[in-house]
Design a binder for this molecule. Structure first.
Ligand code: SF4
Ligand code: SF4
Length: 425
């Protein structure tokens, strides 16, 4: 007798896109690519276990209790499992749906709620973040940061440890291109992000200057709204859609042929606008066009109209930011670009594509697992003997730099755009 079609069964709860759950054949080939499973060795902290959990909740076989919510919360959303999965499971879409379900149906502890609300109320809004950081800058200038650390509660101390230096982050290193691009050169816009434009704006500005030096016409985006990734990853799909609409309008108005972001999580979020706005007739066509224009900085530079001279001496190891490698599938281009710089020696690290624990705001809400993964990443970096770790995501930069600082290591953690700017000076 033929097995019943999947659609003949209606789930009792709207946890995620139910039919996508059936792409998983439970082979388990994703387990060793999953950072949380590697750390806990618990099946429910593996992709297969979480998929089983989502299905069981959807079918009403188990309740969304504290335990179930915990296993879902612990997922980094790194999508390492998607790269490893031979069946093409869209795990990213599944976990985004499940997170939204958890937010609607699960009451967290007070501390957890406060942490998540603080992240959600501050981080997507650059002016709020600037206001919050202003007194910290003053404390830093007065040399009182160490004193603040000793009196701050544990959570605040953990967050302070992740902060990069607050001085000089808004200045570019690359000089402005003096050569006008060809009138028919492709246009590029760099999306400045929300946290990135406050804490890592040199990466945005250097991306623009390097692209201009490589012959692209760089256009500006007015205004830049958060891409919505933070909301998508924390289960707030409604506000993610609000941000997506604002960005679709602004990106369309910019007329850019290519859209780049110094934060790979933002690039992937923009690439997913077509899916996020698929049920909105006023936006779906434009969203599709915008999503199809997302590119990564290194691939654009490898295809560039011009090839500016660069030279730099140093041993470099490259860390694959999850959303760049598992979301956009970009693995070789940054390495090729770095290898093309005379004087650079690339040394591969073990597990270069295993999440460092940063994962958007994960290191703020799940500090214990994030720290465990940062330690593992730092061990692998130190073992290379490299002078520099280059990466293409500010969140990974802060996370890895904090761990290397704790060890007193002098390995420098540098965003790819800043590294190329240093090499071009
Ligand atoms: S997204 Fe990352 S942490 Fe979550 S199940 Fe997949 S591999 Fe594991
Ligand atoms: S997600 Fe993919 S790799 Fe993992 S168990 Fe399911 S089918 Fe296998």
């Amino acid at each position: 007798m033929a097995s019943p079609a999947v659609t003949s069964f209606s789930p009792v709860r709207d946890v995620c896109d139910y039919e996508l759950l059936f792409d998983c054949v439970h082979c388990g080939l994703c387990a060793e690519a999953c950072p949380t499973y590697i750390v806990t060795r618990c099946e429910m902290d593996s992709p297969r276990g979480r998929i089983y959990l989502m299905k069981s909740i959807a079918e009403g076989r188990i309740e969304l209790d504290d335990d179930a919510a915990r296993h879902l919360d612990l997922c980094l959303g790194c999508r390492g499992c998607e790269t490893a999965c031979p069946s093409g499971v869209h795990y990213g879409r599944l976990i985004e749906g499940a997170r939204s379900f958890v937010e609607r149906n699960h009451r967290r502890s007070l501390v957890d709620r406060l942490k998540r609300r603080a992240v959600s109320a501050i981080f997507p809004y650059p002016n709020r973040l600037r206001m919050l950081l202003a007194p910290l800058k003053l404390v830093d200038r007065l040399g009182l940061t160490a004193a603040l650390r000793t009196i701050a509660p544990r959570t605040i101390r953990d967050w302070l440890d992740l902060l990069p230096s607050l001085e000089g982050r808004e200045r570019p290193l690359a000089s402005e291109s003096t050569v006008a691009p060809r009138a028919d050169a492709p246009t590029v816009v760099v999306h400045h992000g929300c946290v990135a434009q406050v804490l890592a704006n040199s990466e945005n500005l250097n991306s623009e200057r390097i692209l201009a030096a490589a012959g692209y016409r760089v256009v500006q985006l007015e205004p830049t709204a958060c891409c919505g990734a933070l909301d998508l990853h924390s289960g707030n799909a409604a506000r993610a859609r609000d941000f997506a609409r604002a960005n679709v309008r602004a990106l369309k108005k910019s007329g850019a042929d290519a859209i780049v972001s110094a934060a790979s999580g933002c690039s992937v979020a923009i690439e997913e606008y077509a899916d996020l706005l698929k049920d909105e007739p006023d936006f779906v066509e434009d969203a599709r066009a915008i999503s199809s224009r997302v590119r990564d900085l290194s691939s654009l530079l490898l295809d560039a109209p011009a090839n500016p001279k660069r030279e730099f001496r140093g041993r470099v190891t490259y860390h694959d930011a999850c959303h760049l490698v598992h979301g956009l599938g970009v693995r070789d281009a940054p390495r090729k670009l770095l290898a093309s710089i005379p004087g650079v020696t690339i040394v591969e690290m073990t597990e270069s594509d295993l999440c460092c624990g940063s994962a958007g705001s994960y290191n703020l809400t799940e500090p214990a697992m994030a720290r465990e993964l940062a330690r593992r990443k730092a061990d692998n970096i130190v073992a290379t003997g490299a002078d520099y770790v280059v990466l293409a995501n500010p969140g990974c930069e802060f996370q890895i730099a904090a761990e290397l600082r704790r060890r007193g290591s002098n390995i420098k953690v540098v965003h790819l755009a800043d590294f190329l700017a240093m090499a071009s000076r």
